[in-house]
Write a protein that binds this ligand. Structure first.
Ligand SMILES: Nc1ncnc2c1ncn2[C@@H]1O[C@H](COP(=O)(O)OP(=O)(O)OP(=O)(O)O)[C@@H](O)[C@H]1O
Length: 269
């Protein structure tokens, strides 16, 4: 759990070191994606990741979540080596919001049941949503953060919510228990422009209030510039741009587009 292990230094709160990963080894479809890939994220940093198709963005997230095993290297979060942990244990300290709004919540359950289920994560109640009535005021207060009026609709099935409302709820649910890392996996990509803006503003608010460490993959260059403390661009399993602080603040969409043009020229496109 989040508080049980301590980081060696703040700078390597999340650390992927010397990662090697090849898919379909020794076959015609072999893909040598990562060869000694490194990424370190200090505690509380919000990192936006952009990059060309197939550059390895989703694989980074999958490795951190334990759904893709590495060939070699190390992955640690808050001082704990996690690369050999079974996938289900990763969800105890890593929250993930997916692109697909139906993935972060159980549509057939009510808002209240979904929240109780998330609340029981990592406890002996496991996947049960036995509702502790005493927690309801807390659930309501959390839902109020969304400013969508869902605190008055606790018994509504999640299937009746819009995509934007579901993503907002998924964001809340994935950060309700203490986590060491929040992963946002193109979490606004399936939403209309207005819902997408709302979910990004909400993301900013929740991340600020809960002081979360965040890795957000996005294809939206404006969001990568506007949100977060650091911007990383990936290409062919490597980092080709890593900007933080004033350098990040000064970045404009045209700078990123130029960089994209440069790397696609390398690929002969
Ligand atoms: N489970 C897998 N089995 C085989 N190959 C895979 C697997 N996962 C990823 N790959 C390959 O690894 C490369 C990187 O994929 P990844 O999904 O990480 O890229 P991405 O940067 O997220 O791309 P996109 O922007 O298109 O979503 C791709 O060539 C992909 O086909």
């Amino acid at each position: 759990m989040s508080t049980q292990h301590k980081s060696d230094t703040m700078a390597d709160y999340v650390a992927m070191r010397r990662i090697c990963k090849t898919f379909n080894r020794d076959s015609l479809n072999e893909i040598r994606l990562f060869q000694n890939f490194n990424l370190e994220i200090p505690k509380g940093q919000f990192v936006a990741v952009i990059g060309s198709n197939g550059s390895g963005k989703t694989t980074i997230l999958n490795i951190l979540c334990g759904s893709v095993p590495i060939d070699s290297g190390s992955v640690s979060v808050n001082g704990k080596e996690i690369s050999r942990l079974p996938e289900h244990q990763h969800s105890e300290f890593i929250g993930r919001v997916f692109q697909d709004p139906s993935k972060g919540t159980c549509p057939q359950l009510t808002i209240l049941e979904n929240m109780a289920l998330a609340d029981n994560k990592g406890t002996r109640f496991g996947l049960h949503f036995g509702i502790n009535r005493k927690r309801i005021p807390y659930y309501r207060s959390q839902l109020e953060l969304l400013k969508l009026g869902l605190e008055d609709k606790l018994n509504l099935p999640v299937s009746s919510l819009s995509g934007g409302q579901r993503q907002a709820l998924a964001l809340l649910i994935s950060t309700m228990t203490p986590i060491d890392l929040l992963i946002l996996d193109e979490h606004t990509a399936a939403l209309d422009p207005r819902s997408s803006e709302n979910v990004m503003e909400l993301t900013q608010r929740i991340v600020g209030e809960k002081k979360l460490t965040v890795l957000m993959v996005t294809h939206n260059l404006k969001y990568a510039i506007r949100y977060g403390d650091r911007l990383i661009m990936m290409h062919r399993g490597g980092i080709v741009l890593d900007a933080a602080g004033e350098e990040k603040v000064a970045l404009q969409t045209k700078d990123l587009t130029e960089k994209f043009n440069e790397i696609s020229l390398e690929d002969g496109n």
